[in-house]
Ligand binder design. Sequence first.
Ligand code: ADP
Ligand code: GLC
Length: 492
Amino acid sequence: MNILVASAELAPFAKAGGLADIVQFLAIEWEKLGHTTIVVLPKYQFIDTEHWGFNPTDLILYVPISHWTEFARLWVGYIPNTNTKVYLIENQDYFGRSAIYGDPNEYPDNDRRFIFYSRAVFETAKAIDFYPDIIHAHDYHAAFTMAFLKSQYRFDPRFSKTAGVFTIHNLAYQGIFDPKRAMEFSTFGMKEFYPGSWFEHHGAVNSMKVGIMFADKITTVSRNYANEIRFPYFGEGLHDVLAHRGADLIGILNGVNYAEWSPENDSNLFKSYGIETLTEGKKVNKYELLKSFGVPEEDNYELPLIGTVTRLAEQKGIDLITYCLETHLQNNWFRFVILGSGEKRYEDYFRYLQWKYPTKALVHIGYSNTLAHRIIGGSDFLLLPSRYEPCGLTQMYALRYGTVPIVRFIGGFVDTVEEYNPEKLTGTGFTFYQYNADDMSFAISRAFNYYQKEPHWSQIRRNGMKMDFSAKRTAEDYIKVFKWALEKIGRI
Ligand code: ADP
Ligand code: GLC
């Protein structure tokens, strides 16, 4: 199959969250399965083209915007260690900026930037003579590709047999835009904008809705989340739209690239370990992590260590943590280590905590892949109390590293973490349901009942390490959905 991927993020070049990882993992796995994938990405200023081996081509794209044409130059490179090509769309005005989406707030012209990008995806395929069977678009940034596929490019022989699949990673970011701008830039014009049209939602253009309505198949990143979003509580105002497309909405659980995330061969760790060397391996990694944060050696290193690696955004349930963490630290209940960046109010809170409890609140504000591995490997528990979570990757990483997840039992956590059952010695973590700090604390206290208590402590960690969420299965599931999409348009 020829697969054309449209995504605003792709690891390792441009990453804000799990989207970048998943797009990369899928491309790697599809290549192994014998499919041809190309990924089209904006050429953000911060992408180190020299380091990653990108080269400019002599291809110029002519991208229709409103009633005029704008230009872009195409660059080409590869996902490291693969033959999968990545095309970068260079347009200084749109993408010559310090961030993907905004710094810190969304750029005010994201409507224009991402509509331009979505259109340039088609012009890329034309310029390089690529005939896609599938256009696979991710999140609101690429959503307009689904509309272009069914309109402007429908009669182009290159795309007339192409099916569109739209994947929702984060329903909360919808790309809600002023119709006068968005309808003009996308060249559909205001005639296509009326109450109930596929572009319209509550009087504005809603890019997420555009993707959902125009796609042949819609996927999201866990089965449970695919059900949750059909109802108001998790539907972010789009539950009716999603229920309407319910027959074409499928949940495919994200997967992990175990080549990168396995404690057996992880050069980021202080010491690698496997299921047989778990106790010793975890201990070394925990101790070294504590030392690296300057915890004095005379302190009690056996105190449980709860870690988290996260965007500091409301989505991640940071409010529950800030509500009770200080009290728990004062009571010497556990140590807390966090790596994250995002909203200033949260960053400030954790900086304050670190200043007040330097040996108990271990805080790194910023982005660090190495430290992410070390925290996931070195912590006893990983705490993820999200408000909503389409899938979540770090709990899957944690399981593989013998780090016990404590999660809210919603979204993708339902599909990946099972409450520990001390009678049967089954399960992999601890869960709570209500969005409530007391319920979260109760889950922590249940978890601590088994901390260093055998046979439970070995059992629960081994259960987790044995779980297999490999991206290969995810990639195969997408291929199935691609086939359904082709069936839908009468190709097979
Ligand atoms: P989301 O995409 O909603 O942020 P996921 O759990 O799907 O959540 O993916 C988050 C990814 O980003 C993981 O690979 C995680 O390790 C990584 N990550 C998040 N924050 C940081 C950070 N500050 N430094 C390094 N990696 C981070
Ligand atoms: C989003 C979601 C996260 C998911 C990731 C990759 O950012 O918040 O739950 O794992 O996308 O699909």
